[in-house]
Structure formats: C-alpha cells, structure tokens
Write a protein that binds this ligand. Structure first.
Ligand code: AGP
Length: 608
C-alpha cells in the first residue's frame, strides 16, 4: 500500500523524509516521490522503481527546506510511472499533495475540473485532490482541505502543503491510516508509525475526517466543519529497534523468533497460573455471550488461517455453531446476521479493506462485531463493538508470522472465556487447556532452540517446483498457513488439502519424490493421518511429517520428520506452524528471494 511521510520542523526535511520512506518500504510500492517547500517554489523529484532511484534523483535537489512531503506509491489507478508518482501539484505548481487509498468518484471530479480548465498531468485518481484544493485556496490551505474532503468519496488519507503557507502541512484521513508524530520543535505525519519512530514515540492518532493542521510547534485537529477536536498525544509502546532487525538477517526471521514473546505478551494479564481467563477489557458483556446462537469468523490470508485453526476449539468447547468465511466472499453471500450472531473479524493490521467491509456489513445487520487486531488506533478498532488486541508488537515482514500465532492464542483465550461464561464445558477441561495455553510460549521457544533436521530438509527440497500439504482437523489450517508461507516468499506453487480429501483427486499429483508435508502431531485424528502417510508413500512420494517430539514410530513411516514439543492437541497448531514458517523461510533464502518484501505483495491490503 502507499506510504505517506511529512515533516515540518527545525531541521532540513529532505533526509528525514527519505529515511521515513525507507522505513515504510515494507508496505510495498512501485514508485516514489518527494516535494520540498522552498521559498516561492516547490522542489519535486519522483522516480519509478525502488527508493534507490528516488534517493539518486533527490541528490540533485539538495533542499534546505524544513517542510516537505514524501510518498511511496502502490499503483491502483494508472501504471507505475514518474508522471503517476506522487507528490502531485496543482496547475500553478504551488500546492503539493500525497495520497494513500482510492478516490472512488475521481472520474466525475476529473471531468468537472477539466471542464473548469484544470490541466491534469497523471492518470491517477489522487490528482483530483490537489486541483480541488487549488479551487478552494481562498481561505487558506486548511479550509481548502476541509472543502475538498466534502467532495471526495472513497477511502483515503492525504497531506497537503502550499508555497503560500510555508511551515504548514495539513493532513486528513477517511478509512485509511494517518498518524502525527509529536517531536520537540518538529512534527511528523505518516501512514504508519515506523516512519518516525526513531525521532519520537509520541503520536496523535487521527480519526476519520479529522483535519490535522501541523506546524513545527504542534498540531491542531478539527473536524471537516472546522470545529475543534480533542486528540491527545499518546506514547507508543515500541522503541526504534522494534522497527529494526535486531541482529537478525531479515525482519521475518526476527519476527519468527519473537513468537514466544508475542504469545506471552498477548496472554499476559488475561490468563492466570491456574488457567483462569480474564477478558473483561474486551467489551462483550456476559449476557451477550450467553445469548449468542452463532459465530461468524471473517478474515483474509494468514488471519483467515488463524480463525480456521481456532474455530474447531471454539465450536467444541463453547458449543456455539461457528462459520468461517473469507472476508472478500462474506459480503457477497448475503449472510443471515442478527443480534445473536457474533462476527469475529481478524486483521493484524486493522486496515484490510475486505475485512473492514465485512465488519460494516455485519454491524449494519445488527450483529455485534469483535475485532481481533494488533494495531491500536487502526480502522478495525473504530468499526468494532469490541476489540481484543494481540500484543505481537510491530510486524514489518510482509509474510505474517508472530501475529498469526498470537491471533490463535488470543482466539483460544476467547474460546475459554466464552465456554466458561456459557458453562459449556467442564471446568477441569477448561483449566487444563488454559494451563497448556500458558505453556505455549515455552513450547515454541523449545522448538526454536532446537529445530533439528530443518535446515537439511530445506536444503534437500529447496529446488522442488511443487509442494503438497496435508492435515486434518486443526492441522488443516496449519497446512493452509504453511502452504501460503512457502508460496508467498519463495514463489513455489503449493496446495494444502484436508488429508481426507487426497483420495478424491489431489493424489493424482503425486509422483516419485514429490514432497508432501503432513501435519501429524498427536491428537484424535493421528491414526487417520498415518493411513494418509502410507497412501503417499505407496506412490513413492516423499513425506515431510510434523510430529510430536517423542513419536519415534513416525520416523519409520515418513521420509523426514520435524519433531515439535508435545502439547495439548488444542495448542498443537501454534507449535506445529513454526517449523513450516522456518521451512518456507529457509527454502526462500536458498532460492534467493526477498523474504521481507516478496514480489507483488503488500503488508496491508487497503483495496478490495
Ligand atoms: C500473510 O502472510 C499475508 N501477508 C496476507 O495474507 C495477510 O495475512 C492478509 O492480507 C490479511 O492481513 P490482515 O491480518 O492485516 O488483515
């Protein structure tokens, strides 16, 4: 997704903005640009490709200005090109804007503006914003932005500067992120916190349709009508090295190894030593939980896999029918929703538009919505009736890892809470699962400390051009996640199937030596998985099994085994996914892929 960085303060802004853009690279982009507000002119550079091209182009700028805007663009309207890169300027070249998101009514606005003589220089939807501001500049930039917002449809965040008002940036947002960093005699704006985290930990989170008027000495926030709005600054709980690699070769590897902490932090204060759960801060009353007749889980990608994994325990322990749906499909099935249907929306970023749309549709139908997210101040926290935060810390790698396992842990917490409130399961069973959940960080740590055999397996199979993943029950969700990890960071085609389905078609894919990953940790369905492994081996395919640590019998059956600490079957998916994350990582590194920024992918998908 696009990245916005703005600076106004007491230092030359160019290097600060460029380094801020560098810290937003993980969001995914295909072009970038910078505009500095010089005395009576704008100094603008734009470049296609990665930031190195922009940095080279900016060398010639050598601006000493203390006010400017930067942007990384992920093309939605108009191909990646210098003309389409932001910042965009008005006809007079005196106003500059950077936009994230989509202006849905841009075509009619463009026709209207062209009809009034405006000259467009790009194919983008974003450019209509600067020409609308141009038309309303009579009362100054802030008023012009407020007038412009009133004309826009869509979901966007943008910042604007003007040569006629030096030392000023005006920013606003509508269903896309924009935060203000509060420094000492300097201020920052960005799409995401990492852009300015090295300068300040204090930030102001803007709400939809807030208009932030930012000068070096501070920020004033109004609504679209110009009325004052109170947005106190808050301290983010991360320091700068959270946005750095901490000695690891990539963000993804760092985040894989942060999982014990991410899970432990997510459980902290919510699960006591006896396995008792306290989710009183979530915002769902016991009365509502008792009245529930159904639960829908909606999510995308890795978050969907977390929901699928947890859905088995949720239905089994809380005895509430659970339906899970990919968020982008949910809205088109015209779901039956009511006040007794809880919709759980899982989104680590809190900004995935498919999931946000599913949330709004649910609330409009009267269903209570619980958001499970990792980012405070995200749109999902605003669009939900209740919020359950994972506390995984900043996840920079595009491929989700620690947020996934933290999501599963949080969902199991919610499961135990719901089951207890509804009296749906024996107390001793809930206590047993709760105690096992408390131990999961140690189980994951134990595997990370000793992932025996993994590197050899990665070395042996890294050049294969297809992997099949098989699992049953909660292991099926683990397979989907393992298969997604491998395909999204190594570009190797993969398929994940419920193991019982293999004989209904996928078995035709097997050839001698085909690598088949089977998630076979101990649990009720293990005997069936042994049969599936034998079926695969009968076709001379190779089985890479994920199995419990003291299960030595499987060593005779499988070609290779990744042993993980034994734990309660409900918690096994959290531990079993870790070897699959590492296997995907090692294979991707062996094939020379950029695991932190895989091709075509963005960390947050804010378009439908
Ligand atoms: C997972 O590795 C991918 N980055 C992607 O599938 C991601 O999980 C999906 O886009 C959902 O993102 P969210 O959790 O922020 O909503």
């Amino acid at each position: 997704m696009c990245g916005i960085v703005g600076y106004v303060g007491r230092r030359p802004g160019q290097p600060i903005i460029l380094s801020g853009l560098r810290r937003l690279e993980y969001r995914g982009y295909d072009s970038a640009g910078l505009a500095m507000v010089e005395p009576d002119r704008l100094a603008v550079v734009r470049a296609v490709g990665n930031l190195d091209s922009l940095f080279a182009a900016a060398d010639g700028l050598d601006s000493s200005s203390c006010t400017g805007l930067g942007h990384t663009r992920w093309a939605t309207h108009g191909r990646p090109s210098e003309e389409n890169a932001h910042p965009h300027q008005d006809c007079g070249g005196r106003i500059s804007i950077v936009v994230n998101g989509i202006v849905e009514n841009y075509k009619s606005l463009r026709e209207e503006l062209v009809g009034r003589g405006h000259v467009f220089t790009s194919e983008t939807d974003a450019e209509v914003v600067v020409h609308l501001i141009e038309e309303h500049m009579g009362d100054g930039l802030a008023a012009a932005v407020r007038e412009t917002v009133a004309r826009l449809d869509g979901h966007y965040a943008f910042c604007a500067t003007s040569v006629d008002e030096p030392g000023l940036i005006v920013g606003t947002r509508h269903e896309a992120p924009l935060v203000v960093g509060v420094g000492d005699g300097e201020m920052f704006l960005a799409s995401a916190i990492p852009a300015f985290l090295c300068h300040t930990k204090r930030m102001v989170v803007l709400e939809d349709d807030d208009v932030a008027v930012v000068r070096a000495d501070g920020v004033t926030v109004t609504d679209v009508a110009g009325g004052p709005v109170d947005r106190p600054a808050q301290e983010v709980p991360w320091d700068d090295d959270a946005a750095e690699k901490g000695g690891y070769e990539t963000f993804m590897l760092k985040e894989i190894y942060e999982q014990p902490t991410a899970i432990a932090d997510t459980l902290a204060g919510r699960l006591d030593d006896d396995g008792g759960v306290d989710l009183s801060d979530v915002g769902l009353s016991d009365d509502l939980l008792r009245r529930l007749r159904r639960i829908y889980i909606v999510a995308c990608g890795t978050s969907y896999h977390a929901g699928l994994v947890a859905s088995y325990a949720l239905e089994r322990l809380a005895r509430v029918p659970v339906q899970i749906e990919v968020a982008s499909e949910f809205r088109y099935r015209d779901p039956v929703l009511d006040a007794e249907t809880l919709v759980i929306a899982i989104t680590q970023s809190g900004e995935t538009l498919d999931t946000l749309v599913a949330m709004r549709l649910s609330r409009a139908a009267g269903a209570p919505v619980l958001a499970l997210t990792n980012i405070m101040g995200s749109q999902a926290t605003r669009d939900a009736d209740a919020v359950l935060f994972t506390r995984a810390g900043l996840e920079i790698g595009v491929a989700a890892t620690k947020t996934h396992t933290a999501q599963v842990a949080a969902l199991l917490l919610f499961t135990l809470h719901l089951a207890e409130v509804r009296g749906a399961a024996p107390t001793d069973e809930l206590i047993r699962v709760g105690r096992a959940l408390r131990n999961v960080p140690q189980d994951v740590q134990a595997y990370l400390d000793n992932h025996r055999g993994l590197d050899e397996i990665a070395e042996r199979y890294h050049d294969r051009r297809f992997f099949l993943y098989l699992g049953r029950h909660t292991g099926f969700g683990v397979c989907l996640e393992g298969a997604l990890k491998l395909k999204e960071i190594s570009y190797i085609p993969t398929e994940a199937y419920a193991a019982g389905e293999m004989k209904h078609g996928p078995i035709a894919l097997l050839d001698e030596g085909s690598p088949v990953v089977v998630v076979a940790t101990d649990g009720p369905v293990y005997p069936k998985l042994v049969s599936n492994i034998e079926e695969v081996r009968a076709r001379k395919a190779d089985v890479i099994a994920v199995a419990s640590e003291d299960n030595t019998a499987i060593d005779e059956l499988a070609t290779a085994v990744l042993h993980v600490p034994r734990c309660d079957p409900w918690l096994a998916p959290i531990v079993a996914v870790v070897p699959l994350q590492l296997l995907a990582y090692r294979i991707a590194r062996l094939t020379g892929c950029d695991v932190d920024q895989p091709r075509n992918l963005a960390k947050t998908v804010t378009v439908e």
